[in-house]
Design a protein around this ligand. Structure first.
Ligand code: DX5
Ligand code: ZN
Length: 215
């Protein structure tokens, strides 16, 4: 069964309590929290303050996706806010190994996110140090975009690389995940599904999460 991580970016911010209650009653595994700084990506979302609120609202792990430049400046703040998993973008980290060491030294699980244009081979020297790869299947910055089909090939490459190294890294797919494309995403070797609009814009979000979970 895949790990299902609804993205709160698509939640109703005028009624977050109800959306959190829905998620907590659902079979969702993680809260996926998208942090955007308006520099690494052309959009601004929210910061540690809101992560703290989500932390108080749930016992489920908070999977924090940093789409920011210089993430090392905020790693401790996100730890204090309640992040369980912290992912930084390889494209934003010239000293990625140091970023990963910092995240792990604070007791969080470490993830590396890669953009659609970034080859899987760029992960070869860091894969054994991390718990999760957040593979973007859209260009980061917005929810509700269309899944980039070539991602399926990248998932296969990454799962092969992980297996050949004797690792079992989580492969998280982020962006444009739907009930239609999720089976081929899982079949390619991914095990974590981020879903924003597919969950929060559906008529019955809990049932949609259950359908994703049953794959
Ligand atoms: C986009 C974010 C995604 C996004 C997913 O940059 O990283 O997590 O919120 O939303 P959907 O599932 O609607 O594409
Ligand atoms: Zn995300």
């Amino acid at each position: 069964m895949p790990i299902v991580a609804p993205s709160l970016l698509a939640a109703n911010y005028l009624n977050l309590e109800a959306d959190c209650k829905m998620l907590n009653e659902s079979v969702a595994d993680w809260y996926h929290l998208d942090i955007m700084d308006g520099r690494f990506v052309p959009n601004i979302s929210f910061g540690p303050m809101l992560v703290e609120f989500f932390r108080k609202a749930t016992k489920k792990p908070c999977d924090v996706h940093l789409m920011i430049l210089e993430p090392e400046k905020f790693t401790e703040e996100f730890k204090n806010a309640g992040a369980d998993i912290l992912s930084v973008h390889i494209e934003a980290c010239p000293n990625l190994h140091r970023n990963i060491q910092q995240i792990k030294s604070l007791g969080m699980k470490a993830g590396v996110a890669i953009n659609p244009h970034t080859p899987v081979s760029d992960l070869s020297e860091i894969l054994h140090d991390i718990d999760l790869v957040c593979m973007m299947s859209v260009n980061p910055g917005y929810g509700g975009q269309k899944f980039i089909a070539h991602t399926i090939e990248k998932i296969k490459q990454l799962r092969k690389m992980s297996n050949e190294k004797g690792l079992n890294v989580h492969i998280e797919i982020d962006g444009g995940v739907t009930l239609e494309n999720a089976p081929s995403i899982i079949a390619a070797g991914a095990d974590v599904l981020v879903a924003g609009n597919t969950v929060f814009k559906s008529a019955d979000p809990k049932a949609t999460i259950q359908l994703l979970k049953n794959l």
